[in-house]
Design a protein around this ligand. Structure first.
Ligand SMILES: Cc1cc2nc3c(=O)[nH]c(=O)nc-3n(C[C@H](O)[C@H](O)[C@H](O)COP(=O)(O)OP(=O)(O)OC[C@H]3O[C@@H](n4cnc5c(N)ncnc54)[C@H](O)[C@@H]3O)c2cc1C
Length: 177
């Protein structure tokens, strides 16, 4: 057996927006990367940052305090797999955050980041069995991957363990796969 072969009993495909590249023949995964940006703004003693999470629905920006940082997240860009930081997009986001919370933190030292949300056409994640007997899917959670992580893990464990799923699987079974 070659060193790159690892026998498994059950395998879960959970490689986010890159999962389609790893999919086996005949497995069609309707996934597309939706690019988003975030700024992590350091909060000093002199700053006044919100203590609760805030969603600005008009501008589609979310703010969450993480210790001594304000995490600002926004944007949905359809640009394929291009994960580069686009200065114009970041500048817009920074300007809007500054307008809303001018004294929340030191925006000049903000850490910039871009990432991909693994989205499906319907917004429903792919959780469950695939066309392969022991290959399972847990992907396509789009903008809610953190929120749905524990529930998705529990659901998948139930399915793999052949237990009754704790929620109705209607509409969740990845039939496209
Ligand atoms: C700006 C932004 C803000 C967000 N805010 C929120 C939020 O507030 N709340 C929320 O719930 N969700 C949020 N999300 C969405 C959340 O980040 C995703 O839904 C979540 O990360 C998806 O988790 P995942 O494990 O499926 O994929 P990923 O987090 O993308 O993880 C996939 C992993 O697979 C690895 N991988 C890929 N290909 C291979 C390979 N060939 N071999 C080995 N490893 C591989 C990658 O390195 C990565 O570690 C946000 C996303 C963005 C972009």
């Amino acid at each position: 057996m070659g060193s790159d072969v690892m026998p498994v009993e059950q395998l879960v495909l959970a490689a986010g927006h890159r999962s389609a590249e790893l999919a086996l023949p005949g497995l069609s995964l309707p996934l597309y990367p939706l690019k988003g940006y975030s700024l992590s703004v350091p909060i000093g003693a002199q700053h006044q940052a919100p203590n609760v999470s805030i969603t600005d629905y008009d501008r589609k920006i979310v703010y969450a305090r993480i210790g001594q940082q304000l995490r600002v997240a926004a944007m949905v860009d359809i640009v394929g797999f291009d994960a580069r930081l686009e200065p114009k997009r970041l500048a817009l986001m920074k300007r809007q955050a500054l307008e809303t919370f001018p004294r929340a933190g030191d925006y000049t030292r903000a850490v910039e980041w871009a990432g991909m949300r693994p989205a499906t056409p319907t917004g429903v994640p792919l959780i469950g069995a695939s066309a392969y007997r022991n290959l399972w899917l847990n992907l396509g959670h789009g903008a809610l991957g953190f929120t749905l992580a524990c529930g998705s893990g529990q659901l998948l464990a139930e399915l793999i363990g052949q237990r009754v799923p704790s929620i109705d699987m209607q509409g969740l079974a990845p039939s496209a796969a």
